[in-house]
Each structure stands twice: as structure tokens, then as C-alpha cells.
Design a protein around this ligand. Sequence first.
Ligand SMILES: [Zn+2]
Length: 502
Amino acid sequence: MRHTTFRFAFAPTAEQSRMFVRYSGASRFAYNQCLQLVTDALAARKADPSATVPWSGFDLIKALNRWKTSESAGRVFVVAPDGTTTKQVTGLSWRTQISAQVFEEAAVDLGRGLARYAQRSGRRVGFPRRKRKGHGRDSFRLRNKDASGRGGIRIGEGHPRSVTLPKIGTVRVHEDTRRLRWMLRPVKNLDVRTGRAVVGSPARVLSATVTRRANRWYVHLNIEAADLHPSRRHRQPSQGQVRRFVGIDRGLAAFAVVACSNGAEVCRFTAPRPLTRRHGRLRQRSRAFSRTRRGSRNRTKAVRALAREHHRIANIRRSFLHEVSSQLAQTHSGLAVEDLPVANLIRNRHLARAITDAAWAEFARQLRYKTAWRGGELVVCDRWFPSTKTCSVCGRVVEQLALRTRTFHCGACGLVMDRDRNAAANLAAWAERATIKTARVPDRQAGGWVTHAPGGEGAGHRFCGGETGPREGGTNAPASAGVKDTREGWRLTTSKRPVDAL
Ligand SMILES: [Zn+2]
């Protein structure tokens, strides 16, 4: 089983757009109301420790459903002709106009937020805050409750380019849906247990999230699909065979340089750098926006223009990252990347924009799940391994390498090589060494086999077949001593890492 997402841009009618706005509003309302129930319950518990606080998504759904029909959600006073007034509890008056799933999914989202907040380990997360209209993204989610029946989420019904959502109806999309329809088609299969032929589809839609980005509505369809066909997966290395790796050096001069452990360059990608390129236009739009008066029509227009520009930048970046990561995951079964502390790196304000524009972390995330789908392996090298400063032939570690030095010169063996290619070769060699040594552990997040190789001893150098290494050669061993010292040095001067690592 693997999970994947299909994204389509909606082409809704005016009526459908209004419906999307209403649904997003309902989702936001339900989220905020759940949050209110939680804060009220927390306050009540201060006075009475036995009071229960709804915390999980399930409890929140129950609490919200109770509230929806309660007096505090809605009531009317009915005046009889004789002047007597009676109170009538109506509950939330518009609750039936919106699919109940929207409420439930909003409650589930808050439950997740609360769980993250209560979690002790990992990054600290604050208490969930109320969602404000106009802040953050308009969105809502619908689960596919009735996957096979008529009430579920269907693709290509009525028109090939359409998505049908429960209670909303058939909405046209801009893109071709053929690939998804092909995945969802019913096929005849043999049931392993009974041996009888059954008809079922190899994939199913789990949920649909409708989101507004700039001036467009998108639908993200969350799909659970069968594993890729063996012919589209990499063959596993047989007993005694070692998986070959290519190293991927992410950088700013070139987005990624891919090389084998012997130093041969496989390919090199140049990033479109949409933010850097369109930065002028972005500034112009922001300035135009800040000159408009609050509440004016021109302000609304300026906001739209600015949002469109941001959205375009994000789209260019997204499509490039997917293209590169797919290509790499398809063509190579072993990939090695360095463990980049991106959060630390962007503290350097001269490089922050360029680094953000490159989206290295997102690239690694895509590589991770795509290699898992194809039965490949992604190795994240040890953070303290000086891939840039090590000679990929003799293993000597040079002291300093300024960012503008684009060529690596080795003083010991005389190697002259492109800086990024040298780093990529080192990463590949490191991964090949590490996979021999380390036990493999299943990575739950990646949903596959991923080697989290710890930094082994002697990281950073490798002797080519037939050659004598500096240690064996009786020299004053610059490699082994140097590596160790440098690694200690890294630990002490973490803040200096940004410039060196690129
Ligand atoms: Zn060398």
C-alpha cells in the first residue's frame, strides 16, 4: 500500500464557488467552536477537577454534535397570541445545509493540533489558536465515507474532467483525470484466501480537501493505492551484492549535482529559482498593495495580484522539485543526501532567500517517499561528515573551503574536481560504506526501508582499489587524524556551518 495525492484545479461555476466559500466558513466555524468547547472545559476543570475536557478528535466530534443541537447554539422565543412566551431550542439553524463531515473533519484537525501541543518530545508547538476569516487558507475536507456507492467521491462522472463531491455535486476541473480514473477502475483479481475471482479497484479515494490558493480553488484527492508494479520497482540487491549509490549534493550554484562514488558525474540540475527571478515583481506588487487604502476596492485587487504572484512562484518551484525527484527515484535505486540543517542555514541573511527558494527540505521529503515507492533506498549521511571538504580520491580533509571556491584542489593527491561533484562522490561513497555496516530499520514515516546510518568511524575517506591510503603508506596520516579533528571542530562551531556546507 502506498499513499499518494492528486491535485486538480477546479473550474467551478459561480454557484459552486459560493458553496466552497460557505463550506470553508463552516469548517472554520466548527474548528473555532470546538476550540471554545475545549477552553471552556479547561476553565471549568479549574473549579471542578472532575470535569472532563474533550481532547481527542473523537471526543471533539461528540462534544460538537451535542453542542449543535443545544440551546446555546440556537433558540427562538415563540410568542403565542395570548402573550405568553415560550422558549424553543432549535440548535444551529444552518447545520443541515452543510455536510456533517466538514464539521467532523474540523474537529479531527483540532484534535491533532491538541495532540501536537500535549506532545512532550520534538519541536514545541503552541496551543491551537482561533482561525480568523481572511487569515490563513480557506479550506475544508470531506472523507470518502461511501467509497463504492453513489454517495462517495467520484472522478470523471458526467464529464471526464470532473470531480464529484458528496452534497456539492459534480465540479469541473482543468486537468486531465485519466491517470487517476485508470487507477480507480475496477479490475478482476483473485482473492488470495478464497481463490475466487473478485472485482475491485487497486486504489481508492480516502478524502478530498478543497483549498483556495490565490484566485483558484484546488482539490487534493488523497489516494490509497496498491504498490507499484514490480516492473516499475528497483530490483533488490541479492545476497552478497552491494547496492550502488549516487550522491546528491544540494547547493546554490547548481540545485543538485549527482555523482557516483568513483567521481563520475551522472547529472546536474539547475534550479529555476522562481523567487529570485520574480522578486522584483513581488516587491512591486507588495508596494502597490501597501499604497492602497484599507477597505478600498483597489486594496482587494492589490491583494489578489500579490497572492497570484506568490502562488505562481510556489507552482514553479513545486513542479520543478517533483520533476527532479521523480527522475532520480526512477533512475537510481540508491540515493544519498547530506543531512542539511536548513533551519540553521537560513540564519545567514545573505543566503536565506536563495536557500528558501531552493526548498531543499521539501526535495528530500519527496525523494524519501518516492524511493520508498520504488523499492529504492535513501540514505541520509551523518550531519558531521565533511562531504565538501574531503577529497573523494584520497580522503584528505582540507581545512577551509570558501563558498566562492568552485573547484576542489587536493594538496595530497593533486585532484582537481568540481566542488559539488566531489561532494556528491563523497556522499555516494559514504552511503555505500554505511549500508554494509548498519542494520536497516523500517522508517514509519517513509513507509519503507530507509537507512538512517549513524556516523561510522573513519567517515570521510575511502581508498580506491589498488591504491595505498595515506595511513598505510606510512605518511603522517592526514586523513584519519584530520577527519577526527575536523569532526570535533564541527561540533564546537555549529554556527559557522552555514557557509561551509554549501
Ligand atoms: Zn586527494
